[in-house]
Design a protein. Structure first.
Length: 157
């Protein structure tokens, strides 16, 4: 998150295209596996996923697109929480903090986040139905689409 430059100081990192790819590489390994195989899959944790979906919908309803972004982060943290691993929760928090920096490159926050409101709801519905395999597949497709969309926001090269 921070970069130390000799004789200059410490600065907030500016993720480049390679950083975006690497964050999504990690997320594609962690999130679908937590959904598919998580040992903490229960009504309470699935309820936390639903709460994040509802939070996003409420924020969108008031035009609070920064709030939608925060709700989206809560959604992804709730997915990883299905694993039941405090270490993975910590790693996800770091990945999502880096994602906050990446989102500063998105020219239109609403345009980026709005389509994912519906996708979050679909994934949550599958989890509520106990269809973890399909939910994991949806998460994989979702992450691929989000990565492509973010990379398109970066200048080529």
């Amino acid at each position: 998150m921070l970069v130390r430059e000799a004789h200059r100081g410490v600065f907030v990192a500016q993720p480049d295209r390679d950083a975006v790819r690497d964050v999504y590489r990690a997320r594609r390994l962690v999130e679908p596996a937590a959904v598919r195989l998580g040992e903490a899959f229960d009504d309470e944790r699935v309820g936390a996923v639903r709460a994040a979906v509802d939070e996003g919908r409420r924020a969108a309803g008031t035009g609070d697109w920064a709030g939608v972004g925060s709700a989206n982060q809560h959604f992804h943290r709730a997915l990883v929480a299905l694993a039941g691993s405090p270490r993975l929760d910590q790693q996800m928090a770091l990945l999502l903090a880096e994602m906050r920096l990446v989102f500063h490159r998105v020219p239109d926050v609403r345009e980026f986040f709005e389509p994912y409101l519906g996708r979050n709801d679909v994934i949550c519905g599958l989890l509520e139905d106990g269809d973890r395999e399909r939910a994991a597949g949806e998460v994989t497709e979702y992450l691929a689409a989000a990565e492509a969309q973010l990379l398109a926001a970066y200048d080529p090269g």
